[in-house]
Design a protein around this ligand. Structure first.
Ligand code: HEM
Length: 286
């Protein structure tokens, strides 16, 4: 069965995945206000960097309900708590919600015995990969009723398949009792296709019979916090600039700007097809 408390002693890390959604109204704020918010958020993250390892990812374009992931690794749950409060206290706070939040910890694996593998599981060493794939994971209760040697055989198959994909680095973390899921598994890779193939192959492994839930799934792009925040508003800025620049006369430009300002920021549809913009602009210029 599982290890005794004695066997899981040693340095354990708290691992937190905070997925933020940024209210679209933030994108419509004047640039200086957005910059102020971004600077304050960056200052908070830097202020905690001696206690919390924080890695930032953008989900712009890969998910509809979350924009930013802050992956946090530290020694104390209290630091996660404090960091969240300070982030809420920045000028960006009123525009932030956290639709997904996962708390986990490191612990030695039940299925990997070697000492170095155990040590690896206790302290995470993230790579600088381009992508991170994150899932909350729940196994069926039936799994835990199986004899350990039976589970071990199935996990050996799982691990054998996993090792066929060295471009994918795993970070298994455990949430039992701390949060709604049992595990949070996260995988770093530069090759999304390798990850897709790996997951497809694992579906045919016997352990897959005992998966109760492995969604939602997050495909995250690694970047600095500044870049991740810029990626939220980049489309709108570029679009405005391009469109404003494409109005040749001063009169058209000013009518165009007035027309743009008549929209509430959140109502500006950045995905409006170019043909519709062109028609609207032509009508204005008449
Ligand atoms: C790089 C590919 C992979 C490798 C090398 C690999 C290897 C391993 C190893 C060695 C363990 C033992 C426990 C531990 O690490 O703490 C494990 C556990 C686990 N893996 Fe994987 N794995 C891979 C991919 C995946 C994927 C894609 C998923 C989910 C879709 C997954 C889900 C899990 C879960 C939930 C556990 C915990 C099992 C338990 O303790 O009952 N793994 N894996």
């Amino acid at each position: 069965m599982s290890e005794s408390p004695q066997e899981t002693k040693g340095r354990r890390q708290v691992v937190k995945f905070s997925f933020y959604h940024v209210d679209p109204a933030w994108r419509g704020l004047p640039e200086e206000e957005r910059e102020r918010g971004k600077r304050a958020l960056g200052d908070v993250v830097r202020a905690f960097s001696d206690r919390v390892q924080i890695r930032s990812y953008s989900l712009v374009g890969t998910r509809g309900d979350a924009d930013l992931l802050l992956w946090q690794i530290c020694d104390r749950l209290d630091d996660i708590h404090q960091l969240a409060g300070f982030i809420n206290g920045t000028p960006m706070g009123p525009y932030l919600t956290m639709p997904y939040s996962y708390v986990a910890m490191t612990r030695p694996s039940v299925y990997v015995g070697r000492n170095e593998a155990r040590a690896e599981r206790m302290v995470l060493h993230p790579r600088d990969s381009k992508y991170l794939f994150v899932y909350p994971f729940v196994k069926t209760r039936e799994w835990y009723r199986l004899p350990l040697d039976h589970r071990q055989t199935m996990m050996d198959e799982h691990i054998r398949i996993g090792r066929k994909y060295p471009s994918v680095k795993l970070n298994t973390t455990y949430s039992f009792g701390l949060d709604d899921q049992e595990f949070v598994v996260s995988f770093e890779s530069d090759e999304p296709a390798d990850f897709l193939d790996l997951v497809m192959e694992l579906r045919e492994a016997r352990t897959s019979l005992y998966t109760l839930r492995d969604t939602p799934i997050f495909s995250c792009l690694a970047m600095s916090l500044d870049e991740a925040l810029d990626s939220l508003a980049r489309a709108l800025l570029t679009f405005r600039q391009v469109r404003t620049a494409s109005c040749t006369t001063r009169a058209t430009k000013s009518r165009y700007s007035t027309w743009m300002e008549s929209f509430t920021p959140s109502a500006i549809d950045v995905h409006m097809p170019t043909a519709r913009w062109a028609t609207a602009l032509r009508r204005m210029a008449r």
